[in-house]
Design a protein around this ligand. Structure first.
Ligand SMILES: O=C(O)CCC(=O)C(=O)O
Ligand SMILES: [Fe+2]
Length: 231
């Protein structure tokens, strides 16, 4: 895990981060979004539920909305972008792989079932990174993200998921977790009786992959991109 006080880092530290993201396909930055106001974002999620709920997964108790470019959301995108720029590899030097492709929210409520295990993209050379900001403290019981570390490197059609390889991303409020779109993962089940688990997420990368939903408000299309530092 990277601590958010580490945003200004040396070249060597950045290489270490990049190597670890390349190896694991996942990287957590605890409290990396600490200066973002989660109440403002929650307001925007609730407005989105009225405006444009998209419910792409289980129809019950897991809600997905498109995010709009409100001032707080813009701050959040900027922060996610800055961290992404630190950890992406050379594949993102291609301008076509730098654009914001998704900006949406997912909220699970008590009783929400786990998603099926999936990769957001099964294409071997897919270039797409997603940063999830957990608005609140997230425990396994509240439906934390679960990942199989390293699985982005070995894409097979049928795969056995071994319990010992599952990493459950339990994090403090306002943490940021990046995944490579090829990693096996799922939103977990919310077995709590009274906790919701809202996340907002932004994806940057290729826009022509087959599988991702590409949830992005049309107003934001083409407006944001990562600009990775020299590798
Ligand atoms: O809920 C999560 O953290 C993961 C969501 C996800 O993987 C998806 O919607 O594709
Ligand atoms: Fe996913």
């Amino acid at each position: 895990m990277l601590s958010h006080s580490k945003r200004k880092i040396t070249k060597a530290e950045r290489k270490k981060l990049r190597d670890s993201f390349e190896r694991d396909g996942v990287l957590c930055i605890e409290e990396g979004m600490s200066e973002i106001n989660e109440e403002e974002l929650m307001e925007e999620i609730l407005e989105g539920m009225n405006r444009n709920r998209v419910d792409t997964w289980e129809k019950k108790l897991r809600m997905q909305t498109l995010m709009q470019e409100t001032p707080e959301a813009l701050k959040a995108i900027t922060r996610i972008k800055e961290y992404a720029e630190l950890i992406v590899g050379a594949d993102y030097n291609n301008p076509e792989n730098q654009k914001l492709r998704e900006f949406a929210s997912l909220t699970s409520f008590p009783g929400c079932k786990a998603q099926c295990w999936h990769r957001d993209s099964t294409e071997i050379n897919a270039v797409l990174i997603t940063g999830f900001m957990n608005l609140y403290k997230t425990k396994k019981e509240s439906g934390a993200l679960q990942v199989v570390k390293g699985s982005h490197k070995n894409i097979k059609w049928l795969e056995e998921i071994k319990v010992e390889n599952i990493n459950t991303i339990e994090v403090p409020a306002k943490s940021l977790t990046f995944i490579d779109s090829r990693i096996i993962h799922r939103g977990g089940s919310n077995t709590s009786t009274c906790e919701i688990r809202p996340v907002i997420y932004a994806s940057f990368g290729q826009g022509d992959l087959k599988e991702p939903g590409y949830f992005l408000d049309t107003n934001m299309s083409g407006k944001h991109r990562i600009q990775p530092a020299e590798n």
